[in-house]
Every structure is written in structure tokens, then in C-alpha cells.
Write a protein that binds this ligand. Structure first.
Ligand SMILES: Cc1ncc(COP(=O)(O)O)c(C=O)c1O
Length: 394
């Protein structure tokens, strides 16, 4: 389109409309992406209650508001942070937090805080199953790292961690543990990690990247041992994954006493410090997220989780029945790693093509929106794809 002149509303509506109708088909097959899409009506309901077109900026620290920046939604952002602080700490008032543009960004902010707290001899640790944003953040911050292996379920190898710590007795470790590794849904052993780090005898920082599973692990009756601030020092949870926020967002939390000041002055206002990396921050999406958790409550979220787990179990059983290999995974995971699905079928369903120990694998991401109808369509199309291959070879 010619961008030198303004366009008619109708023309633009047509362009946008056509683009969005092209998205409907992949939207109806969302089984490979960590994003729930079952909350659309609830977000519409929330947007009806506020001015979605109002320009809002939650600039700087959500816990300080300055008179020159009156258009914000910080009270909702704070309430949201407290919701997660309560979920993962006995005393939510001990926790500081803010929303960030996504889990990757929260990981970066966590490692920045860790590096500045520890100062010297900082050595980063992460496992091969960690999300790519983790080595990216270490690299961005110029932190030397040790890469650790993961076991068959995608869980960090603590024996390798112990060996590395012995080799580097002076190192001050910054460790990224994952609660829900991206491919296999492994949950690292936070209790074991903390014990190793304490025995090492140097100051350390243990960050928990819980981008996906952090959205629901606190809802389980059987709590995951160590999945709380008694074990880790900071936490990242994404909002667009389990909660399905329409715009990427994350919550980043740490103990108040561990907070560092990243900028000594906020905007032109004396006395207000910035403690966020991004500075200007989204004010709409924290409000939607707050609305969602308040409207559903833990009971509603638990119900959504139950629905997702039931779909996961039936899909997993149906794949096994058809002879596909479902790889080892944590029983609390909503990810079903599987080998042997036809590649063209995987592409049609937007399933990631990954390699694990030399094998081609993928994983289903069974979110609350995956209902019986979607699961049946998936399996019917899988059967049809296999049949088509067989008849084409005969
Ligand atoms: C374990 C893990 N950490 C971090 C991320 C990145 O999160 P975001 O998409 O919010 O940047 C992902 C995304 O897939 C993830 O699975």
C-alpha cells in the first residue's frame, strides 16, 4: 500500500479483516503453542469496563506513583503482583514485583539484579533444557556461564552442578532453574539446588523461570517441593501462556530487600527511582490479567487446569494407543512430548519441530481451550494423514 497518503477507513478495515480471517484457521488448531485462548469473552467483558483506547503508562516502579504521571493502573498491577506473591510466599508483603513485556524480559531483569547483588566472580548456570532467553540474558549481561545437562525428563543434572561448583570454589553462582522446561516440561529440583548452593558457601542467586507452569503450579493440591521463595530468590511467570492474555506480559518478583535501583531518577522527577528495566510499561494488560484472576478466582483457575489435564490425559492415551511414543514427562506438565508424528501434519497443526538426543520430536501444549472437539479433530486428521501416506506408498 502507498504510505504517502492517508487511506480510507473501509480500505484499511478490509486489509485488517482479511489478515485476521487468515488467522482463524491456525487459531482453531492451537495445540503447539503455550497460549490459552479460552478467555476471550472474559477479556471483552473487562474491556467493556474501562477505556481500552486511553493512553496508559505504568512507568517505573509500580509501588511508587508520581504526581506528574497520573494516567496509570498501578494499583491493579500491585494487586496482581500480590496475588502471585501470596501464591509463592507466606508473607506477600515481603515481595516486590512488577509486570514486564514477557518472561524473557523477566529473566533478563532477574539476572541483572543477581549480577549487581553478587558483583564479583559471578558465574551463571543453566541447563540444556532451559529456554533460549536464558543464555541470551547471560550473554547480554556479559556473565560467564556453565551449561549443565538435563536428564531424560528435561530436569537439570545436579550431579553436574555439584562438580562444576567444586571446580569453581570462588564462584558466586547465578542459577536459572526452570519450572516447566519448554520442550519436555521438566521441573528442576529447587530444594536440591538450594542445598547445593548453600553448601558451596558463596553468595548466590537462584532464579526460577516459571514462565508457563508458574501460572498454575500453586493451584495443585500437592505443592511442588521448593516451589516458593524459601528456595528461590526471584520468579518469572508469563501472562500470555496459562492465562492467555492477548498481549505478551509477565510478572517478575523478588524479595524486597534484594531489589536494586536501576536508575537513580525517574523521568524529570527528583526522588522517584526507577527499578524496572523497561521504564515505560503497559498499563492495559496488567488490568486485564488482574480482572481475570479476580473474576475466576483460584476455584475457576483450578477448574480450567482440571479441564486441560483431562484433555492432556486423553490425548496422550490416544497417541499411545496409535503406537506413538510419548516421551517421559512430569505428571504436572501440560506438555506432552511425542516422537514420530508425520512432519506435514505437525506443520499443519503448528507443532514445533525439535531435536532431542538426536531424535525428531515435538510436543503438544494442552491448554484449557483444548476441548473434546479439538482433540477429536486432531486425532482424525492424524489418522487421515497416516492413511494418505500409506495409500500413497502402495
Ligand atoms: C521455560 C520458558 N521460559 C521463558 C519463556 C519465554 O517466555 P515469554 O514468551 O513470556 O518471553 C518460555 C516460552 O516459551 C518458556 O517456555
Amino acid at each position: 500500500m502507498n504510505d504517502l497518503v492517508g487511506h480510507r477507513r473501509k480500505t484499511l478495515a478490509k486489509v485488517v479483516g482479511e489478515y485476521f480471517s487468515g488467522l482463524q484457521e491456525p487459531y482453531s488448531r492451537l495445540l503447539g503453542w503455550e497460549q490459552d485462548v479460552s478467555n476471550g469473552r472474559l477479556f471483552q467483558e473487562a474491556e467493556a469496563a474501562f477505556e481500552a483506547t486511553m493512553s496508559i503508562n505504568n512507568v517505573g516502579d509500580p509501588w511508587t506513583t508520581i504526581s506528574s504521571e497520573p494516567i496509570h493502573t498501578k494499583p491493579f498491577e500491585r494487586a496482581l503482583v500480590q496475588f502471585f506473591a501470596r501464591a509463592y510466599h507466606d508473607d506477600p508483603d515481603a515481595i516486590w514485583g512488577c509486570t514486564t513485556p514477557g518472561g524473557s524480559y523477566s529473566n533478563l531483569q532477574a539476572l541483572l539484579v543477581a549480577r549487581d547483588r553478587l558483583q564479583d566472580n559471578v558465574l551463571g548456570f543453566y541447563s540444556e533444557a532451559a529456554h533460549h532467553s536464558v543464555p541470551k540474558a547471560f550473554h547480554t549481561l556479559g556473565i560467564r556461564t556453565c551449561l549443565l545437562g538435563a536428564d531424560a525428563g528435561g530436569v537439570m543434572r545436579l550431579d553436574q552442578m555439584a562438580a562444576m561448583l567444586r571446580q569453581h570454589p570462588e564462584a558466586r553462582p547465578v542459577v536459572v532453574a526452570t519450572a516447566g522446561t519448554t520442550l519436555q516440561g521438566g521441573i528442576d529440583d529447587m530444594v536440591g539446588l538450594r542445598a547445593l548452593l548453600e553448601a558451596h558457601g558463596q553468595p548466590f542467586h537462584l532464579h526460577c523461570d516459571a514462565a508457563f507452569f508458574g501460572g498454575y503450579l500453586f493451584l495443585l493440591e500437592d505443592h511442588v517441593p521448593g516451589m516458593n521463595f524459601a528456595c528461590f530468590d526471584s520468579l518469572a511467570i508469563s501472562g500470555h501462556k496459562f492465562f492467555g492474555l492477548p498481549i505478551p506480559i509477565s510478572v517478575f518478583c523478588l524479595r524486597k530487600e534484594d531489589q536494586i535501583v536501576l536508575g537513580d531518577r525517574l523521568c524529570i522527577t527528583e526522588g522517584a527511582c526507577d527499578v524496572t528495566l523497561s521504564g515505560s510499561r503497559d498499563g492495559h494488560t496488567p488490568l486485564l490479567w488482574w480482572y481475570l484472576v479476580r473474576r475466576k478466582g483460584r476455584a475457576g483457575l483450578r477448574q480450567a487446569l482440571g479441564q486441560a489435564m483431562a484433555s492432556r490425559d486423553s490425548l496422550s492415551a490416544a497417541l499411545k494407543e496409535r503406537g506413538y511414543e510419548v516421551l517421559p514427562h512430569d505428571p504436572r506438565s501440560l506438555l506432552v512430548p511425542v516422537a514420530g508424528l508425520p512432519r506435514d501434519f505437525m506443520r499443519r497443526w503448528g507443532l514445533p519441530e525439535a531435536r532431542l538426543r538426536g531424535r525428531e520430536v515435538t510436543r503438544l501444549t494442552v491448554m484449557p481451550h483444548v476441548d473434546e472437539a479439538m482433540a477429536a479433530r486432531f486425532l482424525d486428521e492424524l489418522d487421515a494423514a497416516v492413511l494418505a501416506r500409506v495409500s500413497c506408498c502402495c
